[in-house]
Ligand binder design. Structure first.
Ligand code: MSP
Length: 534
């Protein structure tokens, strides 16, 4: 297969979400993170393909549709539109929406199955075990809680299965997987998840069934139409189907010709084994190169339990974004929860964080500085000699290294540290302006000093807005517009042409004499609501 053509492409995925219910904030979490990475990579000048989508087959979806008296397809179509509309509200700029019920996906799954079949990696055998329909996964007896619940879905008993199924020879790939993890430690992050997977592999891998009997909702097994392809086999391949251009014939060769291998799979920790063990093994069996990197983030919890559709303890992201806007939601989840760790949601903390960081520290700093520039310098960026500014100037010295730190942070998916580092500059800006008191310098007639103070604060706010733009694109737009740029961080073409990281992530970019807009609050203070309603 052709390796990826150029270094300049970056493909990444969110999981393909189950459509048993409308999206909750847990599903939005991965997608917000993926969108931030995609936006950062675009700023770096990469051509980006952000893939998201839905996983629509299997027993869980079939049962959900039956309970609602809908046909499965009708049900999927309805839920899919709620995902699309949420991604819109959250300003998610996805490039592909992969639906596993698409007919082109059927072709890809069939061809892929054929490869594994020809390799001799698929055989018929008896499957016995406890099945969690909510996970769509067999569970070991020792994993069960009170002998009948899987650890994640503590309200849905597992079901006993005893049927003939097709199996994939996972055990054959034990050594290759061990070698993969030895040779490429970056393949799976964070480290704690890698250790978990290494210890699982160390226990000895067992073949797993990739078909189901008595299940209508799915693709038929090509060699035996009485059997239906297991939902996870079909779902993982949704990533491959998504790589096809809309006018391309659905063949594996076409799908893999441009964007494969995918650079990054972002997933939650509950679906680690599928991505970190089954997926590479399936690809090895098909003789395909492996993805670049998998990152398993933690859970958003409520009272310590994973928020989820199956437990019914979710938070409605539509209500949240309708009430507070997409920047607020994106910023809160990416800043307040360390990516990789679990984190509890708390509405009071949500409101307090946003007011402190975005309304007060960042918004007010811009507002008061702009007012002074309007008053003292007719609303134009003051001219200063940047080279003459002392190297230990608190804003200049910090600002000059921040772009690099933040780029490293985005590469490492350390969103929380990124926000902290940017906020440090903003807080230093507040401290600096208070200490320098340009209003009294002005009264003393020290105009050059006033110019230098105001310029360095405005420039720091600009830099902060630029570096935050993958997380808070609308806020960054408002700041950039007030600083006199006519630029839109939501416009992919502008990003490519006018906002390259190597220039805008530097300190000292704001052009002298640029006309500034009238000061307007860029982030309105939030009120703590009594309840959330969509
Ligand atoms: N359909 C599979 C994925 C197939 S990928 C080829 C699936 N879907 S899911 O809708 O149940 O979950 C999708 C993602 O949302 C998973 O990464 C999961 O970890 C994430 N989350 C679901 N609930 C979550 C939280 N409460 N917190 C954080 N992420 C959570 O699994």
């Amino acid at each position: 297969m052709t390796p990826k053509q150029t270094e300049n492409l970056f493909a990444l995925t969110t999981p393909l979400y189950y459509v048993n219910d409308v999206p909750h904030v847990g599903s939005a979490y991965t997608t917000m993170a993926a969108d931030a990475v995609a936006r950062f990579q675009r700023l770096q000048g990469k051509s980006v393909l952000l893939i998201t989508g839905t996983d629509e087959h299997g027993q869980k979806i079939q049962r959900t549709a039956e309970a609602l008296n809908r046909s499965p397809q009708e049900h999927c179509d309805q839920i899919v539109s709620s995902f699309e509309s949420l991604w819109d509200k959250l300003d998610i700029q996805y490039d592909r929406f992969s639906r596993t019920t698409a007919s082109r996906h059927a072709d890809i799954v069939k061809e892929f199955f054929g490869r594994l079949w020809d390799k001799g990696d698929i055989y018929l055998s008896q499957q016995q075990g406890w099945y969690c329909v909510a996970c769509e996964e067999f569970k070991e007896e020792r994993e069960l809680i009170s002998e009948k619940y899987c650890p994640i879905h503590t309200n849905k008993p597992v079901e006993w299965r005893d049927e003939e199924n097709y199996f994939f020879r996972l055990s054959k790939y034990q050594q290759q997987l061990e070698a993969l993890y030895q040779e490429r430690p970056e393949f799976l992050e964070p480290e704690s998840r890698r250790n978990e997977i290494l210890s699982f592999i160390g226990q000895g891998l067992q073949d797993f069934s990739i078909s189901r009997l008595n299940l209508e909702w799915g693709f038929p097994v090509p060699v035996d139409p009485k059997q239906t392809i297991y939902v996870w086999f079909d779902a993982l391949l949704g990533y491959v189907t998504a790589l096809l251009d809309s006018d391309q014939e659905p063949t594996l060769e076409n799908a893999l010709s441009q964007w494969w291998p995918i650079n990054l799979h972002l997933i939650g920790k509950d679906i680690l084994r599928f991505h970190a063990i089954s997926w590479p093994a399936l690809l090895m069996s098909a003789d395909l190169p492996l993805p670049g990197r998998i990152f398993g983030h933690g859970f958003l919890t409520k009272d310590g339990k994973k928020m989820g559709k199956s437990l019914g303890n979710t938070l409605d992201p539509v209500a949240l974004v309708s009430q507070f806007g997409s920047d607020a939601v994106r910023y809160y989840f990416l800043k307040e929860i360390e990516f990789g760790q679990d984190g509890d949601f708390n509405l009071t903390r949500f409101v307090n964080t946003l007011n402190a960081d975005l309304a007060n520290d960042l918004g007010n700093l811009l507002n008061r500085t702009l007012k002074m520039v309007h008053k003292y310098f007719d609303g134009r960026v003051p001219e200063v000699n940047l080279a003459a500014m002392a190297e230990d100037h608190p804003l200049k010295s910090y600002g000059q290294t921040l772009g690099k730190t933040v780029a490293q942070g985005y590469e490492n998916l350390a969103f929380s540290q990124i926000c902290e580092a940017i906020l440090n500059l903003v807080q230093a800006g507040n401290k600096y302006i208070d200490e320098q008191a340009p209003w009294s310098l002005y009264k003393q007639g020290k105009l050059d000093l006033v110019k230098s103070v105001l310029y360095s604060v405005l420039e720091s706010v600009r830099l902060a807005a630029y570096l935050l733009s993958p997380i808070t694109p609308n806020l960054s737009n408002r700041i950039y517009n007030q600083l006199g740029f006519s630029i839109d961080f939501n416009d992919k073409t502008t990003i490519e042409t006018a906002l390259p990281y190597e220039t805008h992530a530097q300190w000292g970019v704001l052009p002298a004499d640029q006309r500034l807009a009238e000061p307007q609050p860029v982030f309105l203070r939030l009120e703590l609501p009594e309840t959330l309603s969509s």
